[in-house]
Design a protein around this ligand. Structure first.
Ligand SMILES: [Zn+2]
Length: 238
């Protein structure tokens, strides 16, 4: 979307009644893209699956991980809208869902995983930063979009295995300030193996951070579910 259209987007929505992209129900003026009912029905990530994901990330450089949703087709649609179609209001919805998981928000800084600068320029914004900014606003805590920088480009993680993903993001980020004694929350959109977020946590720890927590909107649950079933099967036998 061009800059001028992006500026006009909120105005366009006033004149064109919008409806929920999933059920077609007309939305009130205060709501965008998805109705409350469809949003509430998005599949939630169970604490069991979250634990399996967390246990697999090693060496682990963070303390807590917050992920509200399973990566379903509907979540994919919504993330696509925030990523490529400029529906930044969704960032507020996602931030709200993440904030509900954080019982003790003690952060000195909330930031997003930085995008490759070329992609950031093309898109005009960084969706992870948008979510992090809304989250900081909701929690009433400091937001710093410039805490982390990408120091080298990485290839897309999509077709890489766990080890390749780790190698791909190794030393790809730089922390712009001293974090001695600070607590940091880093936000991304989707977490798969956790390599990117964990690498960002490592960089913050290397800069002195006392605690780093991570948050993302969703993670693919089918692989985790498969591992959980295997674990349960073997625990029955042994
Ligand atoms: Zn709906």
């Amino acid at each position: 979307m061009s800059g001028i259209l992006r500026l006009l987007d909120p105005l366009i929505s006033i004149f064109i009644p919008s409806s929920c992209i999933f059920c077609g129900q007309e939305l009130p003026a205060s709501r965008r893209v998805v109705c409350r009912t469809c949003y509430k029905a998005l599949p939630r990530l169970s604490s069991q699956l979250l634990k399996i994901l967390q246990d697999e990330i090693e060496p682990c450089h963070f303390s807590r991980l917050f992920i509200p949703f399973e990566f379903s087709e509907r979540i994919q649609n919504l993330i696509h809208l925030i990523k490529y179609r400029n529906f930044l209001t969704l960032g507020e919805y996602f931030a709200c869902s993440i904030s509900q998981l954080i019982q003790n928000p003690i952060y000195n800084i909330i930031t997003g995983v930085p995008l490759n600068p070329v992609r950031r320029r093309e898109r005009g914004y960084n969706q992870s930063e948008v979510i992090a900014k809304h989250l900081a606003f909701i929690l009433d805590l400091p937001f710093d979009p410039h805490l982390l920088e990408r120091v080298r480009n990485t290839v897309s993680q999509t077709n890489l295995n766990r080890e390749e993903r780790k190698a791909n993001v190794r030393d790809a980020f730089f922390c712009t300030r001293d974090l001695t004694g600070q607590t940091v929350l880093i936000v991304d959109d989707v977490i798969t193996t956790g390599s990117t977020l964990n690498e960002c946590a490592k960089i913050c720890k290397n800069s002195g951070a006392a605690q780093v927590d991570l948050a993302a909107i969703a993670t693919p649950a089918n692989i985790l579910q498969h591992r959980l079933e295997r674990e349960n099967r073997f625990s029955d036998i042994l």
